[in-house]
Design a protein around this ligand. Sequence first.
Ligand code: GLP
Length: 238
Amino acid sequence: MKKVVCDTYDDLSLFAADIFTRQLKSKADSVFGLATGSTPIGLYDELVRRYNAGEIDFSNARSFNLDEYYPIDPGHPQSYRSFMEKHLFSRVNFSSTRVLDGEASNPHAECAAYDAEVEAAGGIDLQLLGLGVNGHIAFIEPDTSYPLASYLVELAGDTLKANSRFFTEDEKQPTSALSAGLSTIFSSKHIMMLVTGANKAEVIKKMFEGVVYTDIPASLLHLHPNVTVVVDKAANGE
Ligand code: GLP
């Protein structure tokens, strides 16, 4: 697991956009694994800028998102489908986008269908990840064991608290989610995690102690051969 330290959040976003650009240039029909949260917004804005400047083109590329609240109407302003439409999908030209369906009547069948679609696409070429304050990746919350397949997960208290900032008092915050499982994430050829801000410094420090902590899902990434963790100085504890 490699760590790249960028001076600022803007530098981190540009660095990540360069990795995306290189991926697209080397394989126009790349399969991207995408993430939500506030961290990738700078990256998405930069990708849109490059797309508008004619520097990159997603017309042959496909995307799969890591997770979605459950239950939630995909049209709800805080759904991850809405987030992706707003920040990226409506602004560039992906050939297809897939977000787990927060309204699926059978969440387990929906997860199985999602895993099968990722596999049929040949797996993810470049998987983008954020990091939860409690060390979660996607919505894989700290636990004593982890399902390999995508699954319906009950959100941890820390996560509910961290994400409550996005919901108004009238909007009911879902307490569960559908999340990609470890086998989908680990079958990605390259994983790039973006981490910004001092509130993530503690978990970043633990991730780089040379230990796999079973209660820090992100530390399991040590077991993947091609992971780049891009942090800004604040997240690096500087
Ligand atoms: C959510 C998402 C994660 C994301 C995390 C971090 O919980 N499910 O995929 O990595 O938020 O969010 P932020 O970037 O806002 O700190």
